[in-house]
Design a protein. Structure first.
Length: 268
């Protein structure tokens, strides 16, 4: 059985201080886009992952599912990567969620959504979102999800600069803590929720606050080139720009092609 594992962008990301459980309080708007990996999963004699040697999340997800179902993890998984790795687009989390969803349908007694959510939340903050996709407000440690209705009539340009260095998500959060980034979280959270309630048209997304974790001068460059909103996605280093028209996004992608890899996508 095959499935598409879609990437995401963070249309906004507000982060608070470190919690007692070792995680950070966040408020983020997650949006899936049509850039996707392909996941193929079938029963096998043992658990094998092909196509992406650095995978750990898919393996961990299927082992956790098998444990919950009291069976041996016996699947063959083939991953065809299209989402850039370690770029802030959630590719690994999406792969894991897609593998979980496919494998669950093959169980004699599939797990219920709450059980699947629990497994996903243990794997990573973004994984539960990818079981649902679409547009969600994620709060708490990022695993508390609320579906929201957002305009989808825009084009996404993803830029991954050639010289961008990807620090681990943990390192990015540690740097955030060292600069006391959590100070003022309640005010920033309120500002995000206030702007969220006012979104009616795609251009209204421009009023959402910038990413608390990471920034890039490329975001301002994208705005100067016609994007009505641009920001870093997640912990970076990829940067996205939102455009009203595909021709503008295509023109901008061509002008930035020497800076790094680019992708054009639509929100889902």
């Amino acid at each position: 059985m095959k499935a598409a594992a879609h990437a995401k962008i963070n249309l906004a990301l507000v982060v608070g201080a470190l919690r007692a459980d070792g995680k950070h309080e966040v408020v983020t708007i997650l949006q899936t886009i049509d850039l996707a990996d392909d996941i193929e999963l079938e029963p096998a004699d043992a658990l094998t992952i092909e196509g992406f040697d650095d995978d750990t999340l898919v393996r961990g997800a299927l082992e956790a599912l098998a444990h919950a179902a009291s069976i041996e993890p016996r699947w063959r998984v083939r991953i065809e990567k299209r989402i850039p790795v370690a770029a802030g687009l959630g590719g690994g989390s999406s792969d894991a969620a897609s593998a979980l969803a496919i494998a669950n349908t093959q169980l004699a007694k599939p797990l219920v959504p709450a059980e699947m959510h629990g497994i996903a939340a243990e794997l990573g903050a973004d994984v539960p979102f990818f079981l649902h996709k679409g547009t969600h407000l994620a709060t708490g440690d990022g695993t508390e999800l609320e579906r929201i209705e957002f305009p989808l009539d825009y084009v996404v340009l993803i830029v991954l600069p050639d010289r961008a260095s990807k620090h681990s998500t943990r390192a990015v959060y540690q740097a955030f803590d060292r600069r006391d980034g959590g100070v003022g979280f309640d005010e920033r959270r309120a500002a995000l929720l206030n702007q969220l309630a006012r979104v009616e048209h795609a251009r209204d997304l421009a009023r959402l606050p910038p990413n608390d974790l990471a920034s890039s001068p490329l975001a301002q460059q994208l705005v100067e080139l016609g994007a009505f909103r641009a920001d870093v996605s997640g912990a970076g280093p990829s940067v996205y720009g939102l455009f009203e028209r595909a021709v503008e996004a295509e023109r901008t992608a061509a002008s930035l092609s020497r800076m790094g890899r680019t992708w054009l996508a639509r929100p889902l």
